[in-house]
Design a protein around this ligand. Structure first.
Ligand code: PDD
Length: 284
């Protein structure tokens, strides 16, 4: 079924949407993006996503294509035009188009595109079954705090995970886990500590991460923001990932070793329930 998508001021059937071959997003991965979840036809924690969009644009000196209020208006119109009740909305801003040149012109007009995706049943099944994860070297650039569209290393790691019979990869640098290919990574120790890497330019500052850490106390968990090793993952009581689309999803094995009893654990389930309640409260 054809969707209506948004491209630079126009709502169009997806097959009619066009972007220049000279767009710097296409030629240089010179662009940033956000993915917000749609529940009940509304957006989850969207102000936080737009704040991160503004930060990503600022770090790359890409001018905003319009105000954040206007972006939110377009998001809502697109959700309505596609009658989506559960799914996600992807938005991407690139620096704009001009003849290929490493140096860009200061007066480029940024490009804004958006499309919706419906939520597959697979996402909810993951919560029941859990993910098998393997480790892969983190070969990404050093500014992972900027949500750029340069996702090839993450795509490659995920593909390697699937080829190895797993579902996803956690990336490892200098002996420590950084994050998942498209999610933040956590372990829960046997003595009830929730451990996740501290914020820096080494990981994306997840919007779901922030919400989940604020809910940890309610789940009876003490938070330690520090780096952890692959061995700590194998010895953990539980492990999980967070992202806008996966919410809180259990990890049940790591590099072939069962985590805990190899089933989604009680703390992870509780955090997922708390997060979903938070998400429903954050709708706009
Ligand atoms: N990915 N880390 C990476 C590398 C990510 O790509 C993502 C999100 C996250 C989680 O961030 P948040 O909680 O704000 O979604 C962490 C999105 C969902 C994607 O690329 O589809």
């Amino acid at each position: 079924m054809s969707r209506i998508v948004y491209v630079n001021g126009e709502f169009l059937p997806e097959e009619d949407a066009k972007i220049s071959i000279f767009d710097r997003g296409f030629l240089f991965a010179d662009g940033v993006y956000e993915v917000s979840t749609i529940l009940d036809g509304k957006l989850v924690d969207n102000a936080a996503h737009l704040a991160r969009l503004q930060r990503s644009l600022g770090e790359l000196a890409i001018p905003a294509p319009c105000s954040m209020e206007e972006i939110e208006r377009i998001q809502h119109e697109l959700i309505q035009r596609n009658a989506i009740s559960a799914g996600s909305i992807y938005l991407q801003v690139t620096r704009g188009a001009e003849d290929r040149n490493f140096l860009w012109s200061e007066d480029l007009k940024p490009s804004l595109i958006m499309f919706t995706q419906t939520r597959g049943a697979k996402m909810d099944k993951v919560a029941d079954v859990g993910l098998d994860v393997i480790s892969r070297p983190d070969i990404r650039w050093q500014r992972r705090d900027i949500k750029t569209v340069a996702l090839l290393p993450a795509s490659m790691a995920k593909r390697e995970a699937v080829a190895a019979g797993a579902n996803d990869a956690w990336m490892v640098e200098d002996g420590f886990v950084t994050e998942g290919t498209s999610n933040n990574a956590y372990i829960i120790t046997r003595d009830g500590k929730l451990i996740t890497r501290a914020l820096s330019n080494k990981i994306l500052h997840g919007i779901t991460r922030k919400a989940v850490l604020a809910l940890a106390e309610e789940a009876g968990l003490a938070v330690e923001e520090r780096s952890f090793t692959p061995d700590e993952v194998k010895n953990a009581a539980e492990a999980f990932v967070t992202s806008a689309t996966m919410f809180v999803a259990p990890v049940v094995s790591f590099d072939g070793a069962k985590i805990g009893d190899g089933k989604p654990g009680p703390h992870t389930r509780r955090l997922r329930d708390l997060y979903i309640a938070f998400a429903k409260n954050s709708l706009s």
